[in-house]
Design a protein around this ligand. Sequence first.
Ligand code: SAH
Length: 378
Amino acid sequence: MTQTTVTGSAVQPVNLFSFDRHGLGEYLQSLGEKPYRAKQVMQWLYARGVRDFDEMSDISKSLRAQFHEQCTTTLPTVSEEHLSTDGTCKWLFELHDGNRIETVYIPEKDRGTLCVSSQIGCALDCSFCATARQGFNRNLSVDEIIGQVWLANKLLSARPETRGQKVTNVVMMGMGEPLLNMSALVPSLSLMMDDLGYGLSKRRTTVSTSGVVPAMDRLTDAIDVSLAVSLHAPTNELRDQLVPINRKYPIAELMDACWRYVKEGSRKKSVLFEYVMLDGVNDNPAEARALAKLLRNFPGKVNLIPFNPFPSSGYQRSSRARVERFQSILSEQGVLTLTRTTRGDDIDAACGQLAGQVDDRSRRYVKFAEPRFGEQFR
Ligand code: SAH
């Protein structure tokens, strides 16, 4: 449990957004309160969107005084806001250490999906992803992850054009690899799905991974959410190049982990396989046939994502004809396939375009002076 921590002589305040319900109950108990007080505090923070202790009128004066002394409800600050012509909204949030992360809200007829970041930058170096080029700084904390949902709802309701819109779905598809930040991811998901948090169902809460196999099993054990897997290639030879973590956890191991996920628990589960369409690289009929073979008997769907370009990526988006050809081969083989429509690309808010502003600690720039496809997973 997180407590007020002492570093040097400065006492760090405890951020109330850093606890899920259980953790908050424990923390309040440590202050001499009954754990059920967590319910009241969460209602203020999440249902009512209130973070000023003085407004928490049903909380006793003495507890509020303790909050003032020991706690904060600090969240990232809005550094930029961009609204796309299609209604997609991208925010650049500044964190306490000056790094900036991106969060994207995508409105659709019957829902509002928030694409949430889990890390500052990313260490995985997927060859077609803009976030990878930023390098990696650190994991986000629970308050920084759940704060993106809190702020998105607040900002949507504050703007006349978007009033009435809110986050109904979360996809952990922003910057970073969520499964490399399990200790903050799990409590954050638990807050998103808690009735006293955002009450999102499992169906509406999706974690996307590039395939960190051991963490996939740990996620299944910890919490029941929807799973998306960034596959992008049907063979190890190709996937090793596009998604370098494949060198550590090759396709057969990844598919085994996917099977364990779908077989766990009573709920009928499936996996969404993401496949970015890179012209002439992974979009040939041969790859479509290999992909169909790999997924034919698997309870899942393929989501074909048009590649979103960014400067010096070296890749081109597949033509519509090539995407259709690819899709029809998969469909003929009985593999369910969707094509994702690109949203928000006029404001660089589309998949893989999120870059934020990362104080890179991974020395990625050194690697980019060398041949592509770093050696770290060999
Ligand atoms: N690290 C996790 C979460 C990021 S999700 C993962 O890899 O799943 C971001 C999704 O967008 C992934 O499927 C990713 O592969 C895809 N993506 C990345 N760069 C892209 C680009 N330039 N164009 C389209 N999709 C991209």
